[in-house]
Write a protein that binds this ligand. Structure first.
Ligand SMILES: *Cc1c(COP(=O)(O)O)cnc(C)c1O
Length: 486
């Protein structure tokens, strides 16, 4: 027996997450003065995606491709078998996926959105609808490109910032039934469930919800698709929050989750701390519909755009997803940060989810109208006062309607990602401290406006500027409070 997860009890103290690993390779970080951070964010057009890591202290943009690899993953890369076709590395990965996801056919792709491209092209016709718990940016873009319409059918509590509902990622079963009544089953391309629903704060769905959704899919002869990019954390939350599973192993929870899906796709940048991604299924018919697209877009069937080294690391990473001490690491640090911020009265998504700590920019910057992008402004302001890079998940990440008006996002979030095993507890405490300072000085932060706005996925490459000289005011207050400290 060994300890199962990071939630170790402390004598008298409050709950502190503990690292169940030791650090054996490190990368030096630089904390630059606030004036240099100002230059950097000006140059980046107030879009944190366009910052250069040399100017960043703690990079909390995403967990995509930034989780720390294990010693076993890195050593596995040395045995990679270089071959265009039939590489041993692929067969090792295929074996790992069959074992962990319980699916026989394996299609490797270069990253998650490549899987979305293939699944969307293979299974969506013009005029189809795709019901789901919530969209993901690249998912929606691919589905719409193929003429599909995304229908989000989350429960009433899903978008509530403060909540004690354990499964805000659930699909609302009545809304799903209504879709079949309204559109007819022929129009439903498939039902998509996203594990640890990314854009609403890394919120999980329950196993019971999967069972209920599956039942309706079966009744209507619809395929169920699982986006498993964050499946490990969702499985961990099922174990923590769903009574029936408190003694079930993560491995068995993962297998049951996948058993309800006809097709599972994922980004390995998240699920296995590497690069790449994949699509798996037990249906030969589904496999054959995707196989030729894979060769056309990704590469041959035994590498799919990945290097053999990545494939080896992915095989090990997929196995490690079954290890609760590994998949609980990020959620336990997130829970710590969320609890501290919540206690300080700062609007933050609760209950704590996967992926990151999500600050409610609408609540924090209530004086900044949504048309002036409060989440984008908060992301820029936090970088300015701390060197921490988060990601805007609000109206900047949305699109415009046909008349050219912004479609205002349901929620305005600043996401501070906690990639697995990357940051220490003292760094986490620095994050909490600077967010608290920014909250106390929130009145100084103003809005943003576009200077360059690309039509597709504008949040990646677009540039903005402050509507007033609020960054200068924020810097002056920062220097007054912190003096020469950076
Ligand atoms: C990141 C992510 C994707 C896309 O994966 P990439 O590897 O970044 O292309 C798809 N779905 C979800 C839920 C994700 O979190």
């Amino acid at each position: 027996m060994t300890v199962k997860n990071n939630n170790i009890k402390f004598y008298k103290g409050e709950q502190i997450p503990i690292e169940l690993h030791k650090v054996r390779i490190v990368q030096k970080l630089f904390l630059k003065p606030i004036e240099e951070r100002k230059e950097a964010i000006d140059k980046a057009g107030y879009n944190t995606f366009l910052l250069n890591t040399k100017d960043i202290f703690l990079d909390m943009l995403t967990d995509s491709g930034t989780n720390a690899m294990s010693d076993n993953q890195i050593s596995s890369m040395l045995q990679a078998d270089d071959a265009y076709a039939g590489s041993q590395s692929f067969y090792r990965m295929e074996e790992a996926l069959r074992e962990v996801f319980g699916k026989h056919y394996v299609l490797p792709v270069h990253q998650g959105r490549a899987a979305e491209n293939i699944v969307s092209q293979a299974f969506i016709k013009k005029g189809d609808v795709i019901p789901m718990n919530y969209h993901f940016t690249t998912t929606k873009a691919h589905m719409e490109l193929n003429g599909g319409k995304v229908l989000e059918i989350f429960g009433d509590d899903a978008l509530q910032i403060k909540s004690d509902k354990p499964f805000k990622g659930n699909i609302d079963i009545n809304k799903l039934k209504d879709i079949y009544k309204k559109y007819g089953k022929e129009k439903v391309a498939f039902v998509r469930m996203e594990a640890s629903t990314n854009l609403i704060g890394g919120q999980p769905f329950s196993m019971q919800n999967m069972r209920d959704v599956k039942k309706i899919c079966v009744e209507n002869g619809t395929m169920m698709v699982l986006d498993a990019s964050l499946i490990g954390e969702n499985a961990y939350f099922i174990k923590q929050r769903e009574q029936e599973f408190k003694d079930t192993t993560i491995k068995d929870i993962l297998l049951e989750m996948c058993s309800y899906a006809d097709l599972v796709y994922f980004s390995s940048r998240k699920v296995s701390s590497t690069r790449g991604g994949g699509i798996v299924t037990n249906s030969e018919e589904l496999y054959l519909k995707m196989r030729d697209l894979l060769v056309l877009y990704e590469g041959f069937l035994t590498y799919g755009g990945m290097s053999v080294r990545e494939i080896e690391a992915m095989a090990v990473g997929i196995q490690e997803t079954c290890d609760e001490t590994i998949i609980s690491q990020s959620p336990s640090f997130i829970a710590y940060a969320v609890t501290q911020l919540d206690k300080a009265g700062i609007p933050v998504i609760t209950p704590p989810g996967a992926l990151g700590c999500h600050l409610d920019a609408k609540g924090i910057l209530s004086h900044v109208p949504q048309q002036e992008y409060p989440a984008g402004a908060l992301a820029a302001a936090l970088f300015l006062v701390s060197g921490i890079r988060g990601m805007e998940r609000g109206t900047v990440s949305s699109v415009r309607d046909e008349e050219g008006n912004d479609i205002l996002s349901d929620v305005e979030l600043l996401r501070l990602a906690f990639p697995r095993r990357v940051f220490t507890l003292s760094q986490t405490m620095y994050v909490i401290d600077r967010v608290k300072w920014l909250y106390d000085n929130r009145e100084l932060v103003g809005g943003l406006e576009w200077t360059e706005e690309p039509p597709l996925l504008r949040f990646f490459m677009g540039r903005l500027k402050p509507k007033t000289n609020w960054p200068e005011k924020l810097i002056a207050k920062f220097k007054k409070d912190f003096g020469d400290s950076l």
